[in-house]
Design a protein around this ligand. Sequence first.
Ligand code: PMP
Length: 343
Amino acid sequence: MSVQNGFAGTVGHTPLIRLRTLSEETGCEILGKAEFMNPGGSVKDRAARAIIDDAEKRGELKPGGIVVEGTAGNTGIGLAHVCNARGYRCIIVMPDNQSPEKYQLLEMLGAEVYKVPTVPYSNPNQYQKVAQRLAASLRNAIWSNQFDNTANRRAHVETTGPEIWEQTGGKIDAFVTAAGTGGTIAGVSEYLKSQRRSVRCVLADPPGSSLYEFVRNGVLKATGSGSITEGIGIGRVTANFANAPLDDAVHVEDGDTVHYVYRLLREEGLFLGSTSGINVAGAVRVARDLGPGHTVVTVLCDGGAKYQSRLFNPAWLVQKGLAASAGEPRKSERIALENVLVA
Ligand code: PMP
């Protein structure tokens, strides 16, 4: 056992988990990179650490400074932790359509949270643009700019990609994941292809995102509209996503995403968020296309606790028409506790 240096030292080096039932069903090795085991609870801890390290190195972020970000949640959570550990003030601008648990968690961590109406990227009051102007209006503040700051992608070229290569001993046929900023998919794909060009790199894209059409046909055009997934799916090519060396994309409906979230919970004992569900759905699709005997790696991005009021709320699933996709929990008769209690 070695000793790690604080929060930042604990980010990364996550396990690679074999998903047993899905591997058996497909005849492939389906492996999930356990990013939910990062100290702040998501894959975005890697980007948060890298962005702050980079700003410090370039002299933009000085002691006692302020970090401002526009984020749907997980990057903010990662930044809030790194800011606490290094004495920075953390200001988070979020759209107002996210899970309530995320706002509460950020506030518990000590970040200042500002909610803005959910509007399209073209609107000057879109959350990322508000964050940019807010940072510019403050002294000794940086806008961490996770979408276009390529320190984010670099984190995955330098850490996530090499870890996956090493953990599989180079025995990897495909890598599949969704894109929020694109940092994970672009960075990991770039590294894997630098090791062996034939590793198949595939985007899993939710309804409402324009990247499926972009990867398949070179045009930014939304497929379907709106998704229950949070933090993924985009309508533009970010600097982090630009020139990602991708071979293909799969479009995943929310029903499939929810189906796999609940299978992971009940069959694998893994309590995960919706982006892990879409990623696993994509990995299974790619495994079936490749046929038995292949190794397909995907990303288990974050845990399920933040989604208690939505993805894990039966009434909410009914409202979204997704209750059937979640399936039934294992049935067992309730125990008559009075037979066990001592009178
Ligand atoms: N899953 C979750 C839960 C996320 O929060 C994000 C980023 N917002 C992603 C996946 C996508 O990661 P990336 O930004 O690296 O594309």
